[in-house]
Design a protein. Structure first.
Length: 302
């Protein structure tokens, strides 16, 4: 059986969870939460049931002992709905629980329930709710606030677009200035070759659940959107990072789409082929910034 998981159940859409290779470096930080939960989902034939069983007691203990986190959790919604202090109270329910015509984010905010389909996408979304509950609640609050003031329109608007991009595809990055500057310049050879030794100082958190889903079947052009972690944040501490995100995720900042594209398999040590310089000389994946020699931007880097 692939990856050592339970045999796939015929007719259960979540059988794809058995295909997750938890030994891959991008999944390693998620393994403690995810591997046993995937086992349970396959046994119970329900992603929602498995996510509800997943224990968050360890995170609750950390929350109780963290002043920064406790402060962030005390923030209210200034109205009815899901508050940051409800970090461990969200429930995962079948997708059928979402009323027809109600926006997904609005339902989560009002019902404190997350509609969940059986598959990779919603499985990784649920893991993120467990690992970074305050940040996920913050994203939901901001989405609900935008819906309340703007309604549900054909286009989401800059803030909702940025929130969705963060939720689906964000990579959180704590890195030295030289690396960040090279990333902003799309100076790929400097970033990955000349400064390769500095990647030992980099901490990456793959937050976006759509990004994690894609990496179950990795291919070279998979690209995440990097959101920089402030240099004074202890990015290796999930509870501290979670609390910082609550404070940093502000509508005005998000509206500027403060992201930089990063082809994930270019990260040193994450893919054997990237040990060679030629890997980064592929113009279909590692393209220059707009206005440089090749001004076109592929959809994967948009």
């Amino acid at each position: 059986m692939a990856r050592g998981l339970s045999p796939k159940a015929e007719g259960f859409a979540g059988t794809v969870l058995a295909d997750i290779d938890w030994s891959q470096p991008w999944f390693a930080p998620w393994r403690e939460l995810g591997e046993s939960t995937a086992h349970l989902a396959l046994q119970q034939q329900s992603v929602a049931v498995a996510l509800n069983v997943l224990s968050t007691s360890a995170k609750s203990e950390v929350s109780a002992g963290s002043g920064d986190l406790a402060s962030a959790a005390s923030m209210s919604t200034n109205g009815t709905g899901l508050a940051l202090g409800d970090a461990n109270k969200v429930k995962f329910v079948p997708q059928s629980a979402l009323p027809e015509g109600q926006a997904y984010e609005d339902f989560i905010f009002k019902a404190k329930q997350v509609p969940t389909r059986d598959g990779l996408h919603d499985f990784f979304n649920g893991l993120c709710w467990h690992r970074f509950p305050l940040a996920k609640h913050r994203l939901n609050q901001l989405q609900a606030a935008e819906i309340a003031t703007q309604g549900v329109r054909a286009t989401r608007g800059p803030v909702r677009d940025a929130l969705t991009l963060f939720d689906e595809n964000a990579i959180l990055m704590h890195a030295p200035d030289a690396l960040w500057n090279a990333l902003q310049a799309r100076d790929w050879l400097t970033l990955f070759i000349d400064l390769r030794d500095q990647w030992q100082q980099v901490h990456l958190v793959l937050f976006g659940h759509a990004l994690l889903e894609k990496l179950v079947t990795p291919y070279k052009s998979i690209t995440g959107h990097v959101y920089r972690i402030a240099s004074d944040v202890d990015a290796w501490n999930d509870a501290v990072l979670d609390a910082w995100l609550v404070q940093d995720l502000q509508p005005a900042k998000l509206a500027t789409k403060p992201y930089e594209p990063l082809p994930v398999l270019g990260v040193p040590g994450w893919w054997s082929a990237n040990a060679e310089r030629v890997f980064y000389q592929d113009p279909q994946v590692f393209r220059p910034k707009r206005g440089h020699a090749d001004a076109s931007t592929p959809s994967s880097l948009a």
